[in-house]
Structure formats: C-alpha cells, structure tokens
Design a protein around this ligand. Structure first.
Ligand code: PLP
Length: 431
C-alpha cells in the first residue's frame, strides 16, 4: 500500500507528512486517503464488471460525509441501517434509487422516511416487519419495494459478535419459513417484492461460507421463481475481510467469480454491501505517546487515543498494526510494550506485548486499518472529545470532521426544571 508509506524518514498519507497534520489539528485524529478509498472501490467494482451488480457501500463502516461522497462520486450506492444513515447517504449525494435499507428494528417512522425518500428497497427481516412495512405503505398510498432478508444458517467463521448468518442470530427470516413469508409478502398489494437479501457476517476470510450461503440462496430463488413468484434482485450483503495481521483474505475477483458461478444463471440483478473492504485500509488513527511507564512485568506506552476513539480492540480483541510515524532505524531493537489509552478500563488496550522500537513521550504512532468501524463507533466516554477526521488527497489535506469543543460537550446536558427553580429560589433568598 503506497498511500501510507515512509518518505524521508516520516510516515506520509499520500504526499502529506503525518506530523504536519498533527501540528495543524492536534492528536489523536483519523486520517483517510482518498486515493486508497478510490483504489479499493475500483478494485471491487472492476471485479463485478460484466455482472448486473450495484455496489451499496455499508455506511455503518464509516459514514463521514466526505468518505461517502468520495465513494458516491465513483458510482457507489449505500446500504443504511437507520434514518440517520439514510439522511447521511442522501446528504453525501447518493441517489435514493441506489440506497437499500437493512436492519432488524426499523421503526414505523424510519420506514415512512425511507418510502418518502424513494429508496431502491427495504430489506425486511421478519414476518412482523413485512406487515409493518405494508401498513405504512398503504397509509402513504404507495407500494413499498422490499426484499426478504433470509438467514441461511451458515457459520461465517468470524468473531461471534460479527457473525449474523446462523439461525440463532437475530437477523433475517429462517430458511424454513422463507417460502411462506415470501408468498405472504407477494400477496400484499402495498408491497412490491423485489427479491431476496442476506448478510452472513463481517471480516470473513474464506470464500467457503459465501459459497454455502449463495448456494442456499440460489435454491430458494429458483424455487420461488418456479412457483411463479417474482425474484428480480438478490442482495448478497457485505462481509469480505481485510488483512489486519497478515491474513490472506479472498480477492474481489474470486468473490465475484463465485457470485457468477452460484447465482449468475438466475438472471437477477445483484446488490453488494461491502463496508470494511472499501474503507478499512484507507484510514489510520494517529495518536501521540503521552508517557512511558515501567510496571513490574510490563512496559506501558500510554497514548492519547483510547477505546472510546477506536473500540475494536476492546470490543472484539481485534488486532491493529501499530507503527511509529518517525521511521525507525533498521537496526533499532524491538522490545515488547503494552500500547494503552488513558481511559479507566483495563480493556483500553490497543496492543499487548507488541514488539516496537524504542519510544519516547511525544512520539507519534499510527494505528493502521482504522478506516472501518473506527470513528463511527467512537463515543465520548470519560468525557473525551470525539477525535477529528482528516481526508488527504495528493499533497493536500482537509478536516472533514472538526474536533468538537468542551462547550459542545457540556452544552449537550440540561438540568431538570426543578433544579433550575431551586437554584433561582436560592439566589432570591441570598439576594
Ligand atoms: N450489510 C449488512 C446488513 C451488515 O450488517 C454489514 C455489517 O456487518 C455490512 C453490510 C457490511 O459488512 P462488511 O463491513 O463486513 O463488508
């Protein structure tokens, strides 16, 4: 990956030295490379050239307006899971007819908003949701385009917290009930049934689970067609993994060939919902070493980023590569260090026993593959400000989400009326 490389002894994002951005915006911050985003999108899109495929970027991976806009400009649609994400996709310039809406818990207000916006389809995940969408559409005097998300009961061989395609997971309609549910939906005048959807999980590193799931989907689609039901579109979800620690994930070309092999004969339109694949490698989290601390058993590098900024290590025990921004000498000795944040939780650990060259307070570190499920999962835990996000393009950079102020943070809360009244009464008494 040349977008994040050492030049003249310092790590750069495209042509911009990262210390220059750190000086301008402070640390920690997320930094995205537009060239990397584009390269990932184009490699995915090119793999599907020749298939009737729509690539709907899963905003849950990174919903920054500038990121979504950069992908939309290249032709990406959007997969959204809330009214907020739908609004973000539209604001970033994604045309409504390229937006699909997934998720098990859409409220009536969200369904109404999606139908009002004229999106491509709502992926419904239960018989109860089929009835709810039909009721909202009838009330609005419209027909709702829906696809039925099925649960193919396939183990995705990924972290349990991001596996979604087993029957015990909350997602999708069980295969056993899918035919009945499809017939029910197709019989409702307020619904315009488009086809089937699925998503078996995230960070999947082998094509095998996709092969099994697509095979089941193909059988179901063929059955439904044979029964005279319309199946125009198949939404295959996302899930293609990336290399965090030297893994060898499948390439889009192999994935696309599998789609053609297992589903091509059905002649359906295909929707894909990649998230992590498109943005994961396009982002770094840059953090500064606050101080070093030698414990009895471990040396700690305490950095100014924390689990509230990048939750994946604390949430999933996820591995992220960490490198110094100043290029170490090739002969620099490597020693194990715990890279930890300042939050008052032991889970606030980015890396354990990580072999790094000697560090000093003030050094910048880059946490790699942080473009997906990074900033979107951030919180203000420990009253920490959300970190800024920066986009780099060639030799320029732009702040695409500024750091909020402490006034912003404090201004979110309100005292209840009775406290304000009590304070006012006290002031009167004391006057
Ligand atoms: N589609 C749906 C319905 C999802 O829940 C997810 C995330 O889990 C995605 C797409 C994106 O997955 P990934 O980022 O692994 O490509």
């Amino acid at each position: 990956m040349t977008e994040f490389a050492y030049r003249d002894g310092v790590l750069c994002a495209e042509d911009v030295p990262l210390p220059r951005i750190a000086d301008a915006v402070g640390t920690p911050f997320y930094c995205y490379s537009e060239a990397r985003l584009a390269a990932r999108y184009l490699s995915f899109a090119n793999a599907f050239r020749g298939q009737p495929a729509l690539i709907c970027f899963a905003l849950k991976a990174n919903s920054n307006l500038a990121v979504v806009h950069a992908l939309a400009r290249l032709g990406a649609g959007a997969d959204v899971v809330s009214e907020g994400e739908l609004r973000q996709a539209l604001a970033a310039g994604v045309p409504p007819e390229r937006i699909v809406f997934s998720g098990v818990g859409k409220t009536e207000a969200e369904i109404e908003h999606a139908l009002g916006a004229g999106i491509l389809q709502i992926n419904v995940e239960s018989t109860a949701e089929i009835a709810d969408v039909a009721r909202v559409a009838a009330r609005m005097g419209t027909r709702a385009p829906v696809a039925l998300r099925i649960n193919p009961d396939v183990a995705a061989d990924t972290h349990a917290k991001i596996a979604t395609g087993k029957s015990e997971n909350k997602f999708g309609i069980d295969l056993d009930h899918a035919r009945e549910a499809y017939g029910f939906a197709a019989g409702l005048r307020a619904l315009d049934v488009q086809g089937l959807a699925m998503h078996i999980g995230s960070q999947i590193l082998s094509l095998d689970p996709f092969r099994v799931a697509f095979g089941k989907l193909a059988l179901l689609a063929a059955d439904l067609k044979a029964a005279g039901l319309p199946v125009k579109r198949l939404d295959l979800g996302g899930g293609l993994g990336i290399a965090y620690d030297g893994e060898q994930p499948p390439e889009p070309a192999g994935y696309a060939a599998l789609v053609a092999e297992t589903l091509g004969a059905l002649g359906c339109e295909i929707v894909l919902e990649p998230g992590r694949y498109l943005v994961g490698e396009a982002g770094l989290l840059i953090t500064r070493v606050v101080r070093l601390k030698d414990g009895i058993t471990h040396r700690f590098a305490i950095v100014d980023a924390a689990m509230n900024d990048l939750a994946r290590p604390a949430l999933y025990g996820a591995y992220h590569r960490i490198t110094p921004v100043k290029e170490p000498r090739p002969s620099a000795p490597l020693a194990p260090v715990e890279v930890v944040g300042p939050v008052c939780e032991t889970a606030d650990t980015f890396a354990r026993d990580r072999k790094l060259p000697p560090l000093e307070a003030g050094d910048l570190l880059a946490i790699h593959q942080a473009g997906a499920y990074g900033a979107v999962m951030a919180s203000t835990y420990n009253a920490r400000l959300l970190v800024p996000e920066v986009m780099v393009k060639d030799g320029r950079f732009a702040v695409i989400r500024p750091r909020p102020s402490y006034d912003d943070l404090l201004g979110r809360d309100r005292l209840p009326d009775w406290e304000a009244e009590r304070d006012a009464a006290r002031r009167v008494r004391e006057a």
